[in-house]
Design a protein around this ligand. Structure first.
Ligand SMILES: *Cc1c(COP(=O)(O)O)cnc(C)c1O
Length: 459
């Protein structure tokens, strides 16, 4: 293989695309902790979850044992419209950095929603349709998930109600309009339409909202309207399962050229892209077949892995959702207003949290001006305008490639480039104008959320 020139883009043929998702939980010796009922502090059963989620997705959520889950033909057909996504050898970046490292990135921004979120949106919409539901509700922050879900719902002729964090609704009118173009209704959150929205507005007049608050509203609307269920774009086990398509494609592409990654890097918000990218590699690691360095990169202003607690917590501000055991900053945590870089959820996927807790992966945090510096460097070198979220991974990949320059090691670095930044130009504008600032929360600031964790189950 040594002499075989590796192309700039490694594509797969349609028939090489994965036919199954891979469920990493099957290979975990310590399984992720179950979702828990906040009232009884007992694990949620399928029956408990049925009013909130679609039946087939509940089965996937609770299934810690099935290793391979067949991707239904209808979903594979949809995937083929925009997948396989390219695995790019970043020759230009390597040259600019003068690094002996070989850098690869898996680019998930080649669809209209602009990110990897479509991989799970189509799956969740498919199972809702199959159950004969009328529609789904969800929250969206920056808007990528809401956009992906509205595309999937339009394709399957399902109603889609999106609760969009108010500050984003106002700052990102174009994102909102894309969702409406695909037929979704978009409501700024907190709204006066729900009990929980009215309560939050009464307690915090003028609040510009948070993801946790939008989740509470979307769940309330799903559970109080017959024929509707709630869907979530990250954090949950089922979402990581669907996103495993990213890692499976990456592995098939690398295997074609006999490339074995040394380091795999992904940005971490709720953990779905990272969980998907690393899935098959983590499987090998868990089974003792191979070792990889796996690095999660999170914002210094929302540092759940690096400064959070591993504990049961609410996924939403309204405290109506089940508790999940995860690295968390507390459900009341809201990143400082100057935080522009996404990845603002207070918690982290229970699967990744358990793997991190058990020492199978590392985590680092990055300040946003350094992230945008990396983003701009990448845009000018590789051409793609990256999403700020993705740029956390770029930053860490560049750091690792620079270390290789010092040591002379030709490591293989693979990172996830989760999306494009066309809707983040206000943030880029701040960076270009030199008005972007960093905020690292103090221990005292973090203590507020961390000291307000709910009672912990004792089973
Ligand atoms: C939503 C999003 C993320 C973060 O979500 P994860 O669930 O952690 O993957 C990262 N990048 C982009 C472009 C996104 O839209």
């Amino acid at each position: 293989m040594e002499n075989q020139k590796i192309p700039y883009k490694i594509y797969l043929n349609e028939d090489e695309m994965p036919k199954n998702w891979y469920n990493v939980r099957a290979d975990m010796k310590v399984k992720p902790a179950p979702l828990v009922n906040p009232g009884t502090l007992q694990p949620m059963t399928a029956a408990d979850l049925a009013p909130v989620f679609c039946d087939e997705l509940i089965a996937q959520e609770l299934d810690n044992d099935t290793r391979e889950v067949p991707i239904p033909d209808e979903i594979r057909g949809f995937y083929k419209m925009y997948r396989p996504s390219p695995l790019v050898r970043a020759y230009c970046l390597e040259e600019k950095l003068k690094t002996p490292a070989h850098i690869y990135y898996k680019f998930e921004g080649n669809n209209t929603s602009g990110s990897h979120k479509l991989n799970s949106a189509i799956a969740q919409a498919y199972y809702a349709k199959k159950q004969g539901l009328k529609g789904v509700t969800t929250e969206t922050g920056a808007g990528q998930w809401g956009t992906a879900l509205s595309m999937a719902c339009a394709y399957l002729d399902l109603d889609c109600k999106v609760y969009m964090v108010k500050v984003s609704y106002e700052q990102k009118p174009f994102r909102r309009e894309v969702m409406r173009t695909y037929g979704a209704s978009v409501t700024p959150s907190p709204s006066m339409e729900t009990n929980v929205g009215r309560k939050i507005l009464a307690e915090h007049p003028g609040t510009t909202g948070s993801l946790g608050c939008a989740i509470s509203e979307a769940v309330e609307v799903a559970t109080s309207n017959p024929g509707y269920r709630y869907v979530l774009g990250s954090v949950l086990n089922q979402v990581l399962l669907h996103q495993s398509v990213i890692g499976l494609e990456t592995k098939i592409a690398l295997d074609k050229y006999g490339i074995v990654p040394d380091i795999i890097i992904g940005c971490a918000g709720g953990g779905s892209n990272l969980g998907g990218l690393i899935a098959p590699f983590m499987g090998e690691k868990l089974r003792g077949e191979r070792d990889y360095r796996i690095i999660a990169v999170e914002p210094a202003s929302c540092p759940s892995f690096t400064r959070g607690k591993f504990a049961y917590d609410f996924c939403d501000t309204g405290m109506i959702c089940p508790l999940a055991k995860m690295y968390t900053l507390g459900a009341g945590f809201i990143p400082s207003p100057n935080h522009a870089g996404g990845l603002r959820f207070h918690g982290m996927s229970p699967v990744l949290s358990q793997l991190y807790h058990d020492g199978y992966m590392e985590a680092v945090s990055a300040e946003q001006t350094a992230v945008f510096e990396a983003a701009e460097f990448f845009a000018r070198t590789e051409g793609i305008l990256p999403a700020p979220e993705s740029s956390h991974a770029i930053k860490a990949a560049i750091d690792e490639a620079n270390k290789c320059r010092e040591t002379g090691e030709a490591k293989n670095i693979v990172f996830g480039l989760t999306g494009t930044g066309y809707f983040d130009l206000v943030a880029y504008e701040q960076f270009n104008n030199g008005t972007m600032t960093d905020h690292i929360p103090t221990d005292e600031e973090l203590a507020v959320g961390l000291n307000a964790l709910p009672p912990q189950p004792t089973f």
